[in-house]
Design a binder for this molecule. Structure first.
Ligand code: NAD
Length: 334
């Protein structure tokens, strides 16, 4: 019988890390999950789960001990509102945890290390109009990454390359483009646009208006979580070491996103624009040529299908809060 592969998922209490943990356990891996918090919405299926702060060296050593592979998903991050307003905190925490995690993996003889980068590494000058050309991996240079969060990601991509070339640690680097789905943060300030819009639409009554950041004409592509996890796994199993995009290549505006979610909810929603709120780059889309070539695969789940599942999950969560709020006083008075 072949030996069971032992893997570490960092950030296993977070959105993508939790989904990935479920996928890997289902595929027969022994999984250690590490995070500073447990998954918020359901228990982890990890074989072992440790609450560890990976900005500390001794915790990185403990986390990477005795595993064959590391999936590095831990990060201090959030949507555009969060990353534009917490640059020092993001750069400090992510530099500490990523650099120490990869060094600890090397010191512990880990064979393969996956680093989760972002479309935020792409230069601002290629994303200044709504009908932007999809971004190819080689467009990353000359660099002009998203201030703070994006520069740290770009730097860590290079660290991975150096660790492969100089230390022989096999690395994979994936650049996510707006991943969304159930079990993702939908309130509290760190949520991304699809979850925020689902929440606002779910809370709105029939013909209410919701607030949209900017003029709503900014464009993005969105990738459903199940496709993201499948792509991560295929990349880890491939022999491709250079950075690769993982996203959908259907670009839509935020206004269109609101309209799709409103349609799913069966509501007529008006938009109120707040031009003072952060919007990020004007347009962004993923060029998936390399993804198709390398993985012989591309994301399968349509935006409508993914948003339908996500909207229903968020609406259920919000309904659960209402039910609990109603139930509490009844319990007290009875
Ligand atoms: P997430 O915030 O849901 O998960 C990150 C997890 O890291 C959280 O559970 C958090 O508690 C944990 N963490 C933070 N600080 C830590 C510390 N000091 N020690 C240990 N754990 C710590 O985010 P996600 O969406 O699951 O993102 C996973 C990875 O993918 C990150 O590297 C992120 O930058 C990257 N990424 C995500 C997206 C996206 O659309 N979700 C896009 C681009 C890149």
């Amino acid at each position: 019988m072949s030996k069971q592969v032992r893997v570490l998922v960092t950030g296993a209490g977070g959105f993508i890390g939790h989904h990935l943990t479920k996928y890997l356990v289902e595929h027969g891996y022994w999984v250690r999950g590490v995070d500073i918090k447990e998954p918020e919405y359901e228990p982890t299926p990890a074989d072992e789960f440790s609450l560890l702060d990976l900005t500390r060296w001794e915790n990185c050593l403990q986390a990477t001990e005795g595993v064959d592979e590391v999936y590095g998903l831990a990060a201090n991050m959030g949507g555009i509102g969060f990353i534009e307003n917490h640059k020092a905190e993001i750069v400090r925490d992510n530099t500490l945890m990523n650099l120490q995690s990869i060094e600890a993996a090397r010191a512990n003889g880990v064979k393969r290390y996956l680093y989760t980068s972002s479309a935020c590494i792409y230069p601002g000058y290629l994303q200044d109009k709504t009908d932007v050309t999809p971004l190819r991996e080689e467009d990353a240079y000359p660099a002009d990454a998203e201030d703070g969060y994006g520069w740290e990601k770009l730097y860590m991509e290079r660290v991975c390359r150096h660790y492969t070339e100089d230390f022989g640690l096999d690395t994979r680097v994936v650049r996510f483009h707006n991943i969304f789905g159930p079990l993702g943060t939908y309130d509290g300030g760190r949520e991304k646009s699809p979850a925020a819009i689902c929440r606002k639409v779910a809370l709105a009554s029939g013909d209410d208006e919701i607030e949209v950041w900017g003029d709503g004409e900014q464009t993005r592509s969105y990738c459903y979580i199940d496709d993201c996890v499948e792509g991560i796994y295929r990349l880890m199993r491939s022999d491709h070491r250079d950075p690769i995009n993982l996203g959908q290549d259907r670009m839509i505006s935020i206004n269109e996103l609101v309209d799709i979610v409103s349609c799913i909810a069966g509501k007529t929603i008006c938009k109120r624009y707040d031009l003072t709120k952060p919007q990020g780059v004007r347009g962004r889309n993923s060029d998936n040529t390399r993804l198709r070539e390398v993985l012989k695969w591309e994301p399968q789940i349509s935006l409508e299908e993914g948003l339908d599942r996500t909207y229903r999950w968020i609406a259920d969560q919000l309904q659960g809060h209402v039910d609990r709020a109603v139930a509490v006083p009844m319990t007290v008075t009875s």
